[in-house]
Design a protein around this ligand. Sequence first.
Ligand code: CDP
Length: 223
Amino acid sequence: MFQIAIDGHSSCGKSTLARALAHELGYIYIDSGAMYRAVTLFFLENQVDLYDHAMIQQYLSQVELSFGLADTGNRTILNGRDVEDRIREMDVAAKVSPVATIPEVRRKMVQRQRELAKNHGVVMDGRDIGTVVFPYAALKIFLTATVQRRVERRQLQLFEQGHIVDYEDILHNLYERDYIDSTRSDSPLMRSPEAIVIDNSNLTPEEQLAICALLARHRMEMH
Ligand code: CDP
């Protein structure tokens, strides 16, 4: 089964690319960031103390994650509840990177990610997909874009969901998450040596899809 790993910094369009590429190739798409966001929401709702490992274990064991399909795309399901829209809000964004540094959380997410991908061709996006989750992925892409483009895209996405958020607030959140994600000791965000770097600052979604679909088909032919 082919695995395609798409990693990169916050809000650089990984999900847009991964979703479209999976659709193009007939693979399943898994948004690993949504899983960390859902755990974060669950911890927020239950006021889990991120320094209390017993409490973390207790609540983590109650987390069941899956994905549903709808006309509007993948829906993240947390314990039977559709949390897809809720997990994109700023309170979750503000806490997700600290939660994603917790080794117990990462262990559980990685295990679930591999389980969900079993028996399917898969495109998965995140931070550690090419380095940790699927080190033998057939194709690894490291997506990047200028900070300005990333903030603009996230602002538009939030606006479309009915949230008006300041440029500065988004910028601050992106910098903070990138810093925490890149410097944590357990599976930090880094480019796998085999990954192909694509800067999509000046590419349309269609252009980035065309490039990646070509790369993917080329890799498949080689296997
Ligand atoms: O959409 P965006 O790029 O802003 O973020 P995301 O993919 O939804 O991921 C949210 C957060 O989850 C990231 O900032 C990381 O802290 C964490 N994450 C991670 O640690 N490992 C992954 N494989 C995916 C996300």
